[in-house]
Ligand binder design. Structure first.
Ligand code: FRU
Length: 636
């Protein structure tokens, strides 16, 4: 078939008709990749959740196989995974393809269906659900994998704000093992669609596990996003590597812990002013104004609740014996409400403010120059005539800076959600595909007969970087089979742009590679694409901020919904940045530095907006090649 509608991606999967969201049931069997997906058979908006099914022998050309799972008395068919039961542990039959999905009815619970003919005909298991609801609303999106060393099936499940791990000998009987994630990573929204897989750190024999967790909303690029955790998994529980533990959940044990929170450690502080709605009482804290917030048993934060006017808390003098003073700071209902100051010899030598526009975040003051000196900490509520909080917590004295990361994100762009890996790939590659969309506006994409589509298939790896072990993502090798026509271009910017004219001006369907030499870039460099008149999408490097960005402010059709427009990330001090950009009608995927960073975004250019040109200083753009891309909408 051929699809010619405006905005139809030509080398990314999308269904011929109707609504699609999460990829589901991704598994390999006998030379064929199976991709199932959240699908509405009756419309172009979310609803009537069912599983559609498509197959491919090369991860690129997909053939739709119709709807395989329709809702039933247990509910709609929400997201889940699929495995091949090669040893017939379930008794469903040899090499049965078994789907594990969420039945979303009154409550969410997990169910099975199986196919004995390579995914064409399916039978729902009569014993459904295999994992009943355990009293929480968000209890969904199972991924099942075969855990080789313990010879068990493992299920990861999204349970509101954590991932539950279950194990089973037969896919039918599941035993709860452990949970991970409360208070860890980003929690600005509900956790969804977990996935778990093992990878060898490239160039080493170290094997680690990666836990992927989608979250909606709460992503730094707006709305939906995906975070990852790196650790170990023994078949029962997931534990972060020490490096990830330190960054995500710093809890130094060998350093001196001075002030844990406002519930303890502040006995010797002096209160001044009237910030807390009461007269100062030296040496005691106004208990009645103490607010503590718990998530389960865990203290999330505690703060003093101030009632108009200003005030401060001053610690007893102490001797500086460590290199760093680390603390968490946030704010109340005013920006820059809380300040913390370090006083040495009656001088304020360090100061930091917390703001209500940010969550609690870590500060690390290097105080090594004051070693041996007597000092005091002072926490000040600086609002006048308002109401607010003092929120400084977890003051640690340590020789290392403790800088907490909120989370590790899979993508700096907005359109990469609810991804999964293919189970049981023949060569052990971890191949990933996601829904190239965002719940903030998914229902408003300006398309007609269908709505939604998938990312390119990516291969995931772990690599050692100067900052530590990180997830890398590159296009699966199969993507390059779509290259049709290669142009390698050399020369200055004019020569590059001249060479591109005529090639890229007729369609938004190509791969573009180039490098930006940071040392030759004083005023910024990059590429402007899908351009015509005042419409364009810009991707580049800005030396003023040392950031790589994708700007879709002027990309074209604006539609309603929370449509964030500029995405960026900071670069480390490298001499050269390499870019690999895939443009496909209404999608842009930007892989930077061999897949260390990724920005994926949907764009909706007006019909003539196909231009492409570089900008930058002399010598800033090098190593350019351009590949026209074929179309997957023909039989594989
Ligand atoms: C993620 C999600 C899943 C759910 C599915 C419903 O995008 O919200 O948590 O199973 O979509 O279609």
């Amino acid at each position: 078939q051929t699809y010619t509608e405006q905005y139809r991606m030509q080398y990314h999967f999308s269904p011929e008709r109707n609504w699609v969201n999460d990829p589901c049931g991704m598994v390999y069997l006998n030379g064929t990749y199976h991709l199932m997906y959240q699908y509405n058979p009756h419309g172009t908006q979310w609803g009537n959740m069912s599983w559609g099914h498509a197959t491919s022998t090369d991860l690129m050309h997909w053939k739709e196989q119709g709807v395989v799972l329709y809702n039933d008395s247990q509910g709609a068919i929400f997201s889940g995974g699929a495995v091949i039961d090669y040893h017939n542990t379930s008794g469903f039959g040899d090499s049965a393809m078994v789907a594990i999905y969420t039945s979303a009815g009154q409550t969410q619970k997990q169910s099975l269906a199986y196919s004995l003919d390579q995914g064409i005909n399916w039978t729902k298991y009569s014993g459904n659900p295999v994992l009943p609801n355990k009293g929480i609303i968000d209890f969904r999106d199972p991924t099942v994998l075969w855990h080789e060393s313990t010879h068990t099936w493992v299920m990861t499940l999204a349970e509101q704000d954590q991932i539950g791990f279950y194990s089973s000998p037969n896919l039918k009987d599941w035993t709860y093992q452990s949970a991970f994630g409360k208070g860890m990573g980003a929690h600005g929204g509900v956790w969804e669609c977990p996935d778990l897989f093992q990878l060898e750190v490239q160039g080493t024999s170290r094997k680690l596990w990666v836990l992927m967790v989608s979250i909606n909303p709460g992503s730094p690029s707006g709305g939906s996003g995906t975070q990852y955790f790196v650790g170990d998994f023994d078949g029962k529980s997931f534990t972060l590597t020490p490096e990830f533990e330190l960054l995500l959940n710093p809890q130094p044990t060998d350093e001196v812990l001075v002030f844990e929170d406002f519930e303890s450690g502040y006995e010797n502080w002096t209160v001044t002013g009237t910030a807390f709605g009461q007269a100062p009482v030296a040496g005691t804290l106004p208990d009645q104004q103490l607010v503590t917030n718990y998530q389960g048993d865990q203290l999330v934060n505690s703060y003093l609740n101030g009632d108009a006017a200003t005030g401060s808390l001053t610690s007893a003098p102490f001797i500086i014996e460590s290199n760093y003073i680390n603390f968490l700071i946030g704010g109340g209902h005013h920006p820059d409400l809380t300040a913390i100051k370090l006083i040495v010899d009656d001088q304020v030598v360090r100061s930091a403010t917390g703001s209500n526009t940010e969550q609690l975040r870590w500060y690390a003051w290097d105080v090594s120059e004051y070693a041996g000196k007597s000092a005091q900490l002072k926490i000040v509520d600086e609002v006048t005539g308002g109401w607010g909080h003092i929120n400084v917590d977890h003051v640690y004295f340590s020789d290392q800076a403790i800088v907490q990361k909120e989370a590790f994100w899979v993508n700096h762009g907005p359109d990469d959600y609810a991804g999964r890996s293919f189970q049981q790939t023949p060569d052990g590659r971890v191949l990933w595909m996601s829904w190239m969309n965002n719940w903030s506006y998914a229902g408003n994409l300006p398309t007609s007969t269908w709505r939604g589509g998938m990312s390119l298939p990516r291969e995931l790896t772990l690599k050692e970087t100067p900052a530590g072990i990180r997830l890398f993502q590159q296009p699966a090798a199969e993507v390059y089979e779509l290259r049709q026509d290669t142009l390698v271009i050399q020369g200055d910017l004019d020569a590059l742009n001249t060479a591109l004219v005529g090639r890229a001006q007729s369609s938004n369907q190509y791969e573009l590679r180039f490098s930006i030499n940071q040392t030759n870039t004083q005023s910024g460099a990059g590429v402007i694409l899908a351009a015509e008149g005042s419409y364009y999408t810009q991707i580049g490097y800005d030396p003023k901020t040392a950031k790589v960005f994708l700007d879709r402010k002027h990309s074209g059709v604006a539609f309603s919904g929370d449509y964030t427009q500029l995405f960026d990330f900071s670069t480390s001090e490298l001499q050269s940045l390499n870019f690999q950009i895939f443009v496909d009608q209404s999608s842009v995927e930007v892989f930077v530095n061999d897949g260390e960073e990724l920005i994926s975004a949907r764009i909706f250019p007006t019909s003539g907006a196909t231009g492409l040109r570089f900008y930058g200083d002399v010598g800033s753009i090098t190593e350019v090649s351009h590949f026209e891309y074929g179309n997957i909408w023909r039989e594989a």
